[in-house]
Design a protein around this ligand. Structure first.
Ligand code: F6P
Length: 567
């Protein structure tokens, strides 16, 4: 764990609590167990350590756990008052204590429509009103009734946003592409590097393009810069457009009406959400507008329904059979007792390829904290490094390290059985790879098995003995398998909500506020200062020699380039 430079006097007491100490003691025995033995001893292991939720199966039997481990992990969850905190969240209490806000992404998908109160106001009517407004608008665009300035229907949606205002909707659109409108395309622009917006705009016609400017605050530098570039492109394009035409081609999604109006978007074309929706939990809100345009309101509602079903599961299921709780506690087992530093998300479904990036933000921006909710220094590791990529490609790239590296990297394998592009040959190969990898990670290959294989391959004995240590696999690498019957909007909703609640449970155990993100502030502040220095070409602030050296190098190279162009 990285020590804090300012040592806070108060330290979080977690590591001295009974449940934690009991786990520490248990770990001494458990670390010596090999999963191969656990499977051999218990033919029912899969049955006992797997759960079904609607069409989703979670197999957590390939973990370094016994019944005792699970009992102790659930004790820890109870000691951390996970159930009570969960109820506080669903009930709209201000659990984001540093910002004094409720955390109610669950209300956005509360399809039962039971009242949810924030400051004595039932928020369901305004959520439903916004959904209705989005439905009317998106139906017009999708049916071709909404016409651009040249009287043509919209064919291309461009979502401009970053972080939660980009990763959620882009992941959803990518995942549910088979449900997309046949003649609408969607692009996402997040990077302030002009390359992205220029490449996107170069393929578009202003008369058939609709920009969705998505920003909770509407002050995010990258988003506002890209939105201004898009506006300028639109206004200076080949058509004789005026400011009045902006209303037909620009809409906004935000909590900040004033800033939206200042940008030049009529508030009639603004879709709202509220401060009790965290950016990284906002895909269920109006931030989903580009997904609704692309996929249709019916599919978006199914996504909400899937998430709502998982919310009900999380709310009502005992901890022992609660998917998000199990995943969270397994993560804590490896992170805090085995000291695993990272965890990989490996989708075996091409349409889920953006899920790892989405979960990186969801998890690491939520639980990447070293001070607990009460302002005390944590004396234990918190959020793990989340990373991943499409599993099948990873097999030919980074899986070597998973199989034979020195680190313990717990993995989540995610697959769907029925592909939207069902070619049996491809499907069978994909599924075999997914199954083979979790088996290989768990079993490994013993020295005896390896020796036998080398013998069968006819390798001479002295050569075989040399090769042996390199071909041996320790195994015992844990994985969860999350298998969807099919990647439908409903299943995706449940899958994302499951991960959101996993993050919540871990935050409870570590006693963190998972819903603020002060760690992103410092970089933003320094950016403003350095931008001022670049724009004025003046050294206005003091920097360390590295930052100053890099700034000088940047100026020098840029000047040389400008001189070259001027000559
Ligand atoms: O800088 C981090 C962050 O605030 C994220 O939490 C958020 O999702 C993203 O920036 C975008 O913010 P906004 O939607 O306000 O533009």
């Amino acid at each position: 764990m990285r020590p804090l430079r300012v040592i806070l006097n108060a330290k979080s007491p977690l590591i001295n609590t009974p449940a934690w100490l009991a786990l520490l003691e248990h770990y001494k025995k458990a670390k010596k167990l090999h999963m191969v033995d656990l499977f051999e001893k218990d033919p029912e292991r899969f049955k006992r350590y797997s759960l079904q939720f609607n069409d989703m199966l979670l197999d957590y039997s390939k973990n370094r756990i016994t019944d005792e481990t699970l009992t102790l992990l659930f004790d820890l969850a109870r000691q951390a008052k996970v159930e009570e905190s969960r109820d506080s969240m669903f009930n709209g209490e201000k659990i984001n204590n540093t910002e004094g806000r409720a955390v109610l992404h669950t209300a956005l998908r509360n399809r039962s429509n039971t009242p949810v109160f924030v400051d004595d106001e039932n928020v369901m009517p305004k959520i439903n009103a916004e959904l209705e407004k989005m439905q009317i608008f998106t139906n017009k665009v999708r049916s071709g009734q909404w016409l651009g300035y040249a009287g043509l229907p919209i064919t291309h949606i461009v979502n401009i946003g970053i972080g939660g205002s980009d990763l959620g909707p882009s992941m959803v659109c990518r995942a549910l592409k088979p449900y997309a409108h046949p003649s609408l395309k969607v692009s996402f622009v997040s990077n302030v590097d002009a390359t992205q917006i220029e490449q996107t705009l170069s393929k578009l016609r202003p008369e058939t393009t609709l920009f969705v400017i998505s920003s909770k605050t509407f002050t995010t530098q990258e988003t506002i810069t890209n939105a201004n570039t898009a506006k300028e492109w639109f206004l200076t394009g080949p058509g004789k457009v005026t400011n009045d035409d902006i209303a037909k081609h620009f809409v906004a999604v935000s909590t900040n009406k004033e800033a939206v109006e200042k940008f030049g978007i009529d508030s009639a074309n603004m879709f709202r959400f509220w401060d009790w929706v965290g950016g990284r939990y906002s895909l269920w809100s109006a931030i989903g507008l580009s997904s609704i345009l692309y996929l249709g309101m019916d599919n978006f509602i199914k996504l909400l329904e899937g998430a709502h079903a998982m919310d009900n599961h999380f709310r009502t299921e005992p901890l022992e059979t609660n998917m998000p709780v199990i995943l969270a506690m397994l993560g804590i087992w490896y992170g805090n007792f085995f000291h695993a530093e990272s965890s990989a998300v490996l989708p075996y479904d091409h349409n889920l390829r953006l899920l790892p990036a989405y979960l990186e933000q969801a998890d690491m921006e939520s639980n990447g904290k070293s001070v607990d909710k009460d302002g005390r220094q944590t004396t234990y590791s918190t959020g793990k490094i989340i990373w991943g990529a499409e599993g099948i490609n990873g097999q030919h790239a980074f899986y070597q390290l998973l199989h034979q590296g020195t680190r313990l990297i717990p993995t989540d394998f995610i697959a769907s059985i029925i592909s939207h592009h069902c070619d049996e040959t491809h499907c069978n190969i994909l599924t075999s790879n997914f199954l083979a990898q979790t088996e290989a990670l768990m079993r490994g290959r013993s020295m005896e098995e390896t020796r036998e294989q080398l013998k069968e391959a006819g390798i001479e004995l002295h050569k075989a003995e040399k090769r042996l240590p390199h071909m041996f696999f320790e195994g015992n690498q844990p994985s969860n398998s999350i298998v969807l019957k099919k990647l439908t909007p409903h299943a995706l909703g449940s899958l994302i909500a499951m991960y959101e609640h996993k993050i919540f449970v871990q935050g409870c155990v570590w006693n963190l506020n998972s819903y603020d993100q002060w760690g992103v502030e410092l970089g933003k502040n320094l950016t403003k200062k350095i931008l001022e220095e670049i724009e004025t070409n003046d050294d206005l602030y003091e920097h360390d020699s590295s930052t100053q050296g890099l700034l000088d190098w940047f100026r020098k190279c840029r000047k040389e380039e400008q001189n070259k162009q001027n000559n």
